[in-house]
Design a protein around this ligand. Structure first.
Ligand code: FAD
Ligand code: NAP
Length: 303
């Protein structure tokens, strides 16, 4: 019986593990991939206090390394369901059943798909959701980025290291990204913008992406643009299929918590991007993690 099982080893989950272990709790951190979560797909992080800039995978390792020394148990597992039996909870992966007094859901979010023809077909041949993973494959090519948020604009800037030109296609005439990020992109001579437009189709040959059809949403005009790659950053989807049975989700699938990270199920907490919240950042995930571990500790003492 663990004191707490943390599902997901992104920045939120790793911080919860740190705080829970330092409260002498018996902690299991369950992860389906490499520790770090979305940070592993991020080129440069410039807004994590203490660092001018740090690459995502490096910050992941810096958060992960101290955990082992503190006695946090790590296990690989894709969590299938979480069941509530009152004073204990059951966490079921594809091959193991674990029990704990508390559960902290830290499963984060995943990229949303665009849903246009060609997106699936060219999945590993020029369509990507991760600039840091795939950008270097498209050296000296024209690269297209879809979206107008922080991810699209920041990752477009990263892609200018490789691409001859990087074009951001956005469905409105104004970006959603933070102003400081926008200003840098506007000053970057390798970045072009196509406003008020949507991708209709991604086309190519048996080897790779070659072009996109772009529709101007104001005039209806459709143009073809030759590109070597399409990077899609059109927002996030909550990773909550495993906790659907608990009745803790809002209409869009985000977990509802109070300010103490408590869900409506006593002993089950949620942190980071998976929560219904305004600001999805590493700093806010980390803060949530510290709060949830502290609340889990208080909950166990109260049992
Ligand atoms: P995540 O990082 O999403 O981690 C969740 C973890 O849970 C993952 O490792 C996943 O594998 C695991 N998991 C999910 N489901 C299961 C399951 N069923 N079983 C087991 N494990 C599971 N924020 C900033 O502050 N600064 C930035 O510069 C910045 N840049 C970004 C760039 C990009 C391209 C993106 C996409 C995001 C960026 N963000 C940035 C946002 C930031 O990465 C997130 O807010 C943060 O990672 C959220 O942390 P988290 O711990 O809540 O979840
Ligand atoms: P986001 O903020 O939700 O932005 C998604 C963008 O995609 C929006 O511009 C949206 O357009 C557009 N979009 C959505 N659906 C679309 C569709 N079907 N077709 C075309 N365009 C579509 O997502 P994000 O940029 O991935 O950011 C996610 C979270 O991570 C945010 O909280 C963000 O702040 C955080 N993040 C932070 C940093 C950083 O701090 N440096 C970096 C990256 C991400 P509209 O604008 O018209 O809605």
């Amino acid at each position: 019986m663990y004191d707490t099982i943390i599902i997901g080893a992104g920045p939120g989950g790793m911080t919860a593990a740190l705080y829970a272990a330092r409260s002498n709790m018996k902690v299991l951190l369950l992860e389906q991939g490499a520790p770090g979560g979305q940070m592993n797909n991020t080129a440069e992080i410039e807004n994590y206090p203490g660092y001018d800039t740090i690459i995502g995978p490096e910050l992941s390792m810096k958060m992960y390394e101290p955990l082992e020394g503190l006695g946090v148990e790590n296990a690989y597992g894709i969590v299938q369901t979480v069941e509530d039996a009152g004073e204990f909870k059951t966490v079921i992966t594809e091959d193991t059943t674990y029990e704990a007094k508390t559960v902290i859901i830290a499963t984060g979010a995943n990229h949303r798909k665009l849903g246009v023809p060609g997106e699936e077909e060219f999945g590993a041949r020029g369509v990507s959701y991760c600039a840091v993973c795939d950008g270097a494959f498209f050296r000296d090519q024209d690269i297209l980025v879809v979206g107008g948020g922080d991810s699209a604009v920041e990752e477009a800037m990263f892609l200018t290291r490789f691409g001859r030109e990087v074009t951001i296609v956005h469905r409105r005439d104004e970006l959603r990204a933070q102003k400081i990020i926008q200003e840098r992109a506007f000053k970057n001579p390798k970045i072009k913008f196509i406003w008020d437009s949507a991708i209709e189709e991604i086309t190519g040959d048996e080897r790779k992406v070659r072009a996109v059809k772009i529709k101007n949403l104001k005039t209806g005009e459709i143009t073809d643009k030759e590109v070597g790659a399409v990077f899609i950053y059109v927002g996030l989807l909550p990773q909550t299929s495993t906790v659907q049975n608990l009745g803790i989700l809002d209409g869009e699938g985000w977990v509802i918590t109070d300010d103490h990270m408590r869900t409506s199920v006593p002993g089950i907490f949620a942190i980071g991007d998976v929560r219904q919240k305004d600001l999805r950042q590493i700093t806010t995930a980390v803060g949530d993690g510290a709060m949830a571990a502290n609340e889990a500790y208080k909950y166990i003492v109260s049992l």
